[in-house]
Design a protein around this ligand. Structure first.
Ligand SMILES: Nc1ncnc2c1ncn2[C@@H]1O[C@H](COP(=O)(O)OP(=O)(O)OP(=O)(O)O)[C@@H](O)[C@H]1O
Ligand SMILES: [Mg+2]
Length: 321
């Protein structure tokens, strides 16, 4: 069953130089109990997509398409209605979660205010709150503290509790492991996984540029490039049998342990993504693609091959080996 269904979504930034098409005609679904990973290099629109589903503030504007949760189109809600749905239907652990807490309030107050906004009281949720705190290895003492009294790691784990306070249908975790060492990364991912097993959220969108981490936890992976979806497939296929030339390049560029720089040439992806203010009509990867041909002057639609989706003209006829 689909929990979230995003269709032809466009989220643009209004800038002095025109519209930056950071999310441009993106369609995907997230199923119940699923972990969808979103990857792609810096600036491809991952945060814009995640944040845009939950909270749209100028200069970010909705420019078309829809995002449905239980038949409610999130894009059509005003801020007041969205406040009601936030945390209940869709919630986010933002990219810089450590700084996301109001510094002037004690943690207990932050939680109480949030519950009040949703017509609930802390005493009704007390047991559940203690269970969630203990899952992220925090004592209830933190409730009496101000955010500044907690370490960055503690704050981040607290944001994990707060964002799942009302057991959202969809939880979006945006780069929550990027600033952490590998063993802490593993613990955070393990905790998120346990939270999902306990149904603290029905489904999880996990955004990262770390494909090896996604390989460990994601059911499916969506690769984004310059505001578009390049490819969506199940995790095993994306990693072992990528279709899109960009996905292939991304996987080939992963650093391998045991190989020193200079011994083997690191296979980066040459060139840079296009300027999102001026994307033109061609495939956005064309300038960097080793496989580009005449057809690529036109932006490719998404081709479906079995369970896979790939936006590349090489697959126009329905697939090739
Ligand atoms: N406030 C803004 N105004 C104009 N353009 C913006 C704004 N915020 C982001 N952008 C542009 O939107 C594009 C997508 O940015 P976004 O932060 O969504 O990328 P990302 O994939 O999350 O990158 P990263 O991996 O670095 O977190 C980038 O080109 C960025 O420059
Ligand atoms: Mg980001």
């Amino acid at each position: 069953m689909d929990i979230l269904s995003v269709k032809n979504l466009k989220l643009y930034y209004r800038t002095l130089y025109g519209l930056a098409k950071a999310v441009d005609d993106v369609s995907f679904t997230v199923k119940d109990n699923e972990i969808l990973g979103i990857a792609g290099e810096s600036g491809c629109g991952k945060t814009t997509l995640g944040l845009g589903l939950v909270l749209r503030k100028p200069p970010l504007i909705w420019s078309g398409g829809e995002a449905l949760i239980e038949n409610i189109n999130l894009m059509r809600l005003d801020e007041k209605s969205m406040r009601k749905l936030r945390y209940e239907k869709i919630s986010i652990i933002p990219q810089y979660a450590m700084d996301a807490l109001n510094p002037t309030k004690r943690i207990e107050q932050i939680i109480e205010d949030l519950l009040k906004e949703h017509g609930q009281r802390l005493d009704q949720k007390w047991e559940m709150l203690l269970e969630k705190l203990s899952l992220v290895n925090l004592s209830k003492k933190v409730l009496k503290m101000y955010p500044i009294e907690l370490s960055g790691g503690m704050r981040q784990r607290l944001v994990m509790v707060i964002s799942t306070l009302l057991n959202p249908k969809v939880l979006i975790a945006d780069e929550i492991t990027s600033a952490l060492d590998v063993s802490t990364q593993k613990a955070v991912v393990q905790t998120l996984y346990e939270m999902k097993e306990k149904r603290f959220m029905a489904s999880l969108i996990f955004i990262t540029h770390d494909l090896s981490l996604l390989y460990q936890i994601a059911d499916r992976i969506m690769i984004m490039y310059a505001g578009k979806i390049a490819e969506i497939s199940n995790t095993e296929e994306i990693i072992n049998n990528p279709l899109h030339p960009y996905t292939k390049a991304l996987i080939a560029s992963l650093p391998k342990i045991g190989i020193r720089y200079g011994e083997a040439k690191l296979k980066g992806i040459h060139g840079y993504p296009p300027n999102l203010l001026n994307v033109g009509n061609a495939c956005r990867f064309k300038e960097r693609c080793p496989m580009a041909f005449s057809k690529c002057e036109e932006d490719p639609p998404v081709f479906k091959i079995d369970e896979k989706e790939v936006a590349c003209w090489l697959y126009e006829e329905g697939g090739m080996d």
